[in-house]
Write a protein that binds this ligand. Structure first.
Ligand code: HEC
Ligand code: HEC
Length: 391
């Protein structure tokens, strides 16, 4: 009996001892210490990943619209893939080469250059804008037609678009098998895949596409001065008074806002979200590129292009699908007096009998530029969660 008693007592003491030790009985590791040691040789990832939950500011929460939710662990993987040059034929190009964070995930060349310095045919699009409104992009949500990717609207999902960039000979010039191989060869991907795919480390082309799409969909650029003010001008019914002067805007910015609402919002939207129309011809001197018409085969869509979002526009030049304009001044000069009266010119830009053109004064242009500058989201452009993690 005494023996049993002693046994109980020591068991109890043991329990007490362990209970009192400060160490938690279960240690949560996102990466094992060994994995983290390998990872940190190549990457500057945080031991516990950032949160990628996205919440829209008030003015964007209208019509029940909400950001597309992303899975954090897929975003973490997608971020590494996005910046990984091993995914290209010459080992020198990643998505991040043509889509640079500091300039709104665009490129500063009129026409981007891919592997072996090969020139493509179009200006790289600013991605910060894309995904901020990813509810509208990609597969149809609730059967509502969704926005499409590329200047000619040819891709319907971010995953289809990624694939296209990876296998495009002018961009990364790989086969999907080649990409899978390249990913398998890098020692840092194992834990990233395991975390993203619920314990399964298998590398597949679909998973690569999917994770990059999660990364792109996680980017949300809506902390600009414009957003702060628009949010402030939104009432509890989610109604935004865009027409009223914004409090923190100066006179020039407010004047530019009024001009924007008059001349531009009909296509580019008031809230800088999904464009009012998906594609249009805005009267540029036509080049060789048939745009949307080249994909759809419709004569009426020849020379029409995706209406781009204008978020971060001040830093994403050169402008237009072929990067023909270096500055916003030139863009406004085009809208003011160089609109070509083409058969497919958007009716919104065709003012009937007189020659098309907005006839903007110098002050109008200054004001519009001041307003467009309020769309720059410095916080986003520097947000570490979207930065290049490679050492
Ligand atoms: C060589 C430069 C280059 C590389 C590398 C590149 N892109 Fe692009 N990206 C472009 C260009 C140019 C366009 C516009 C192409 C077009 O419309 O035909 C574009 C368009 C896009 C779009 C469409 C945006 C929109 O609003 O419709 C997305 C998304 C995108 N790229 C993501 C990626 C991803 C992800 C990768 C890596 C897998 C990548 N890009 C690699 C140059 C590049
Ligand atoms: C009829 C619709 C329409 C109207 C109105 C319109 N735009 Fe555009 N805008 C477009 C289209 C379409 C493009 C892309 C054209 C292309 O690249 O071929 C574009 C491109 C742009 C670009 C270049 C974006 C980039 O990423 O390269 C800027 C800047 C711009 N518009 C500003 C304005 C401003 C400012 C106004 C008002 C003064 C305005 N737009 C009025 C349809 C419109």
């Amino acid at each position: 009996m005494k023996k049993i008693y002693a046994l109980f007592l020591s068991a109890a003491l043991c329990l007490l001892f362990f209970a009192c030790k400060k160490e938690p009985d279960f240690e949560y590791y996102y990466y094992t210490p060994e994995e983290y040691r390998v990872l940190t040789q190549y990457l500057t990832l945080e031991e516990n990943p950032f949160s990628y939950t996205i919440t829209f500011p008030k003015h964007l929460q209208k019509n029940g619209s909400s950001p597309r939710q992303v899975e954090r662990d897929k975003v973490v993987l997608g971020r590494v893939l996005f910046y990984d040059k091993h995914l290209s034929k010459d080992g020198k190009i990643s998505c991040g080469s043509c889509h640079r964070q500091s300039i709104g995930f665009s490129d500063d060349l009129p026409i981007s250059r891919g592997v072996f310095n090969r020139a493509g045919t179009r200006n790289a699009m600013a991605l910060a804008s894309v995904a901020s409104f990813s509810t509208y992009y990609g597969t149809d949500l609730n059967g509502i037609s969704a926005g499409r990717f590329f200047w000619d609207n040819r891709a319907s999902t971010a995953a289809a678009q990624n694939r296209s960039s990876m296998i495009n000979p002018m961009e990364m010039d790989m086969t999907m098998e080649g990409i899978v191989q390249a990913v398998e060869n890098q020692p840092y991907y194992q834990p990233l895949f395991r975390n993203a795919y619920y314990g399964d480390r298998m590398v597949t082309a679909d998973r690569i596409n999917e994770s990059i799409a999660h990364f792109i969909n996680a980017m949300g650029s809506f902390r600009s001065k414009f957003d702060e003010e628009a949010s402030r001008a939104t009432n509890h019914m989610n109604f935004t008074r865009y027409d009223q002067s914004f409090l923190a805007f100066n006179d020039l910015e407010n004047m530019g806002k009024a001009l924007y609402l008059d001349h531009c919002a009909i296509c580019h939207t008031r809230d800088m979200g999904r464009p009012e129309i998906d594609f249009a011809n805005n009267g540029l001197d036509p080049g060789q590129d048939p745009g949307v018409g080249g994909i759809s085969g419709r004569e009426s869509e020849k020379g029409t292009f995706k209406v781009p979002m204008l978020r971060n526009i001040a830093v994403t030049g050169p402008y237009m699908h072929d990067g023909r304009f270096q500055t916003l001044d030139q863009v406004l000069e085009h809208y003011s007096s160089n609109i070509q009266d083409l058969p497919n010119l958007s009716p919104w830009l065709n003012n009937g009998s007189t020659a098309p053109g907005m006839n903007l004064s110098d002050l109008d242009k200054q004001a519009l530029i001041a307003f467009l500058n309020t769309l720059t989201d410095e916080k986003f452009l520097k947000d570490q969660r979207f930065s290049d993690p490679f050492r």
